[in-house]
Write a new protein. Structure first.
Length: 644
C-alpha cells in the first residue's frame, strides 16, 4: 500500500513537471487551455466527447488540471465542507487558472451528476469574470453542437481583455462566509416544510428566536430556476428560490420576475441586512450537503452578502442544540400530526405549535396528542394505506409535489409518511457510530507532516537521486536533495513555514488565517450519545404505542436488519440506508409503497438500481419530481392505484 501511495505521488510529480515545462516555454501572448474534470473524463474519449482532440486540432495547447499544482492548495477557508476529493481538485484548479492570464478553463461536467451540479456553482464563483467553457457530457451529445461551442469560446477569448488577477489572494473569503450560528432575538427565516416547519418555527420562537416562515411557491421556484446551471435537484431549486425570496424581502422587497415583490416570503423580516436564513444541511455524501454553500454563492452574486445563513448538520442536531430532548419532542409532535386523519391534522398541528412555543410540549402532552390522532381515524375507512418515503423534502412538503399527497388523502387514501423523528434518529445513530470509529494508532505516512509544511517542501526531483548534482556514489545526498536532515535547506524551509503558519498567516494566500475551530468541550462520548439516543427511542416507542393502528413508526430492529443488507453497506448519503429499509419494512403493513425524490437525486438512483421487486411485499411506485408538476404525476398515480 505504501509503495502504491509513493507511486501515485511520483506520477503526480512528473505530471506537474510536464506542466511546468510547457508553461515555461510559452512566448508572450500564447495561451493554454486547461481541461478540468474528473480523471476518467480526461482519459476516456467517449466520456469527454472528443473535446481535447477537437481543441488540439484547432492548434490549441492543451493540458489537464493534473498538470497544475492544484493538489498544493488548501481550499478549506472558502469551501470548509467540500467532502468530494474530485471537487476539491477541480476548485483548486479554478483558483490557479483564474490567477494566471495565460490559462483558460474548459470545464466538463456529467449529465445527472449530483456533485457536479453543486461544484458548478462554486466553480463559477472561483472563476469570477474570467471566461471559461462549461460543457455537460452525456451519450446523446451532438458533435456539431460541441464544435460550435468550442469555436465560439475560442473566438471569445481571442478578444477578451480582463484585469490582471495574478496578485489576487487564493482565499476569496478570508474572514468567513457569514454562515455562523443564529442568536436569540435575531430575525430568522425558516423553510416551511409542511407541518414540520410550522411546529419547528413555534418551538424556536419559544426559545427566543424571531422566526418567520418562507414557503415554496411557483414564484419562489422561478427565482431559483433562473440561477440553475445544470440538472440541480428539485429540492435544491426550491430551497434556493425560497432563500432568494426571503433575501429580496429583507432588502426591501426588490421586485421579482413578475413584478409582485418577494415571492413566497410575505412574513419575512424587512429590515435591510437584518436577517438570517435557517437552512438544513448534511454531512454528505450526496449533493444535499453542499446546498447551503451553493446558496451562499448565489446570494452573494445577487448582492445579498449581508444575509446570514445558519446551517446545522441534521446528523449532528442533538449535539448542536441546547435542548436536544425538547428538539426530539417537537419532531415527534409533527409526526403525530401527520399520522392523524386529514380532518384533524391542522388542529393537532396548531395545538402542538402552541405547546411548543409555550414550553409545555412534554411527554404527557405528546401521549395525549397521539391518542387524539388515533381517535381521529374512528369511523374512517380508507380505500387503501400507502406508505410514503424517500427524500424528506418531497415527503413532507405538499407544496413541493403540487399537492399530490393531499389529493390522494382527499380521495380517501391514507398516506402513512415516514416519521421525520425516526428518520433523524436513524441518522443520529449512524453518525454517532461513525464518530466512534477512531483512526488506527499508526498514522498514514503523510499525516505526520502539516499541510503548511507540505506546501513549502522544496522540489523533490531527487527521490532516486537523479539530477542531484552533489549526490555521490553509494547514495550520498546533495545539498539540494531534500531527503534528509543533513541537507539543511529542506529542514530550514519547513521550519520557517511552520513558524509562519503558527503566526496566523496562510502560507498560500497571504491572508490572515482564521483560528482553527476548537473541538467542542461538551461533545459527549459515544456511550453518552447512546444513552441519549436510547432515551429518544424509548419515548418514540411509547408514542407509537399510543397511536395504535394509526402509527407510522416501524420496529427499530426490523429497520436495522433491513438496513444492514448488502445493498448500501456503510453508505450515509441522504440517509439512504434508512430510506431503503423504511420502504421495504413498511411494504409489509401497507397496500402500496410510494417513494418520492427529486429527479436525478443520486441516492434515489442508487436505490432504484439496487432494490429488487422481491425486496417489497406490496406494489411500489417511484416518483421523481423536477418542478414541472404536469398531469403525468396524476396519471402514474392513477395507474398505480388501479393495481393496488
Amino acid at each position: 500500500m505504501l509503495a502504491g501511495g509513493f507511486a501515485v505521488q511520483e506520477f503526480t510529480r512528473k505530471t506537474e513537471e510536464q506542466g511546468e515545462r510547457l508553461l515555461a516555454s510559452l512566448k508572450p501572448g500564447e495561451r493554454v487551455l486547461v481541461i478540468i474534470t474528473r480523471q476518467y473524463g480526461i482519459s476516456d474519449p467517449a466520456l469527454n466527447m472528443g473535446i481535447p482532440d477537437a481543441l488540439l486540432d484547432r492548434g490549441q495547447k492543451v493540458i489537464t488540471v493534473s498538470h497544475l499544482h492544484a493538489h498544493d492548495l488548501d481550499i478549506s477557508i472558502d469551501h470548509p465542507d467540500m467532502y468530494w476529493p474530485f471537487g476539491q481538485h477541480m476548485l483548486s484548479g479554478a483558483k490557479l487558472v483564474r490567477r494566471d492570464p495565460r490559462l483558460f478553463a474548459v470545464y466538463l461536467t456529467n449529465h445527472g451528476c449530483g456533485p457536479d451540479t453543486m461544484v458548478s456553482h462554486l466553480f463559477a464563483e472561483e472563476m469570477g469574470d474570467k471566461p471559461y467553457l462549461q460543457i455537460e457530457m452525456d451519450e446523446h451529445f451532438s458533435q456539431v453542437g460541441v464544435i460550435t461551442r468550442i469555436e465560439a469560446f475560442l473566438n471569445s477569448i481571442d478578444h477578451w481583455r480582463g484585469k490582471d488577477e495574478r496578485a489576487l489572494p487564493y482565499a476569496l473569503h478570508p474572514r468567513g462566509l457569514n454562515m455562523g450560528p443564529a442568536r436569540s432575538g435575531e430575525a430568522c427565516v425558516l423553510p416551511q416544510i409542511g407541518l414540520l416547519g410550522q411546529v419547528t418555527a413555534a418551538w424556536l420562537r419559544g426559545r427566543g428566536f424571531d422566526v418567520s416562515p418562507m414557503r415554496h411557491t411557483s414564484e419562489s421556484f422561478r427565482l431559483g430556476q433562473r440561477e440553475l446551471s445544470s440538472k440541480e435537484y428539485y429540492s435544491f431549486t426550491s430551497l434556493l428560490g425560497m432563500s432568494l425570496a426571503a433575501a429580496q424581502s429583507s432588502a426591501g422587497g426588490r421586485a421579482s420576475a413578475s413584478g409582485d415583490g418577494a415571492a413566497g416570503c410575505g412574513d419575512c423580516p424587512s429590515a435591510r441586512g437584518g436577517m438570517r436564513l435557517l437552512l438544513p444541511s448534511s454531512v454528505g455524501s450526496d449533493a444535499d450537503g453542499q446546498y447551503v454553500r451553493a446558496i451562499r454563492r448565489v446570494l452573494d452574486a445577487n448582492g445579498f452578502a449581508s444575509v446570514g445563513i445558519s446551517a446545522p448538520k441534521l446528523e449532528r442536531l442533538p449535539w448542536e442544540v441546547a435542548d436536544a430532548s425538547g428538539l426530539f419532542r417537537m419532531l415527534l409532535a409533527g409526526d403525530i400530526a401527520h399520522a392523524a386523519a386529514l380532518a384533524m391534522r391542522e388542529e393537532l398541528a396548531r395545538d402542538a405549535s402552541v405547546a411548543a412555543e409555550n414550553g409545555v410540549l412534554d411527554e404527557a402532552f405528546l401521549l395525549e396528542l397521539a391518542q387524539r390522532a388515533a381517535a381521529s381515524w374512528k369511523g374512517v375507512s380508507p380505500k387503501a394505506t400507502l406508505a410514503l418515503s424517500g427524500e424528506w423534502q418531497c415527503v413532507f412538503d405538499d407544496a413541493l409535489v403540487g399537492g399530490a399527497w393531499q389529493r390522494l388523502e382527499g380521495a380517501g387514501y391514507r398516506m402513512a409518511r415516514m416519521p421525520f423523528s425516526e428518520y433523524l434518529l436513524f441518522a443520529w445513530r449512524n453518525a454517532a457510530e461513525e464518530d466512534a470509529h477512531e483512526r488506527t494508532s499508526m498514522p498514514f505516512f503523510m499525516d505526520t507532516v502539516s499541510e503548511a509544511a507540505m506546501l513549502a517542501m522544496p522540489d523533490v526531483s531527487c527521490y532516486s537521486h537523479e539530477g542531484c548534482e552533489q549526490g555521490g556514489e553509494g547514495g550520498a545526498h546533495g545539498a539540494d536533495c531534500g531527503l534528509c536532515g543533513s541537507c539543511g535547506e529542506a529542514t530550514a524551509t519547513v521550519a520557517a513555514v511552520e513558524a509562519t503558519a503558527a503566526g496566523g498567516i496562510d502560507a498560500v494566500s497571504g491572508a490572515t488565517a482564521l483560528p482553527a475551530p476548537a473541538e467542542p468541550a461538551n461533545e459527549p462520548s459515544f456511550e453518552e450519545k447512546t444513552v441519549v439516543l436510547d432515551g429518544f427511542a424509548g419515548l418514540m416507542a411509547r408514542v407509537s404505542s399510543a397511536l395504535g393502528d394509526a402509527t407510522t413508526f416501524s420496529d427499530p430492529h426490523a429497520l436495522e436488519v433491513a438496513a444492514d443488507g448488502d445493498l448500501l453497506g456503510s453508505y450515509i448519503g441522504a440517509n439512504g440506508r434508512y430510506r431503503a429499509a423504511k420502504s421495504q419494512v413498511t411494504s409489509h403493513a401497507a397496500d402500496g409503497v410510494i417513494i418520492a425524490a427529486s429527479m436525478y437525486e443520486n441516492t434515489d438512483i442508487v436505490l432504484k438500481l439496487g432494490q429488487k421487486p422481491s425486496d417489497f411485499a406490496a406494489p411500489v411506485l417511484r416518483l421523481s419530481f423536477d418542478g414541472t408538476l404536469d398531469a403525468s404525476v396524476d396519471e402514474k398515480l392513477r395507474s398505480f392505484l388501479y393495481y393496488v
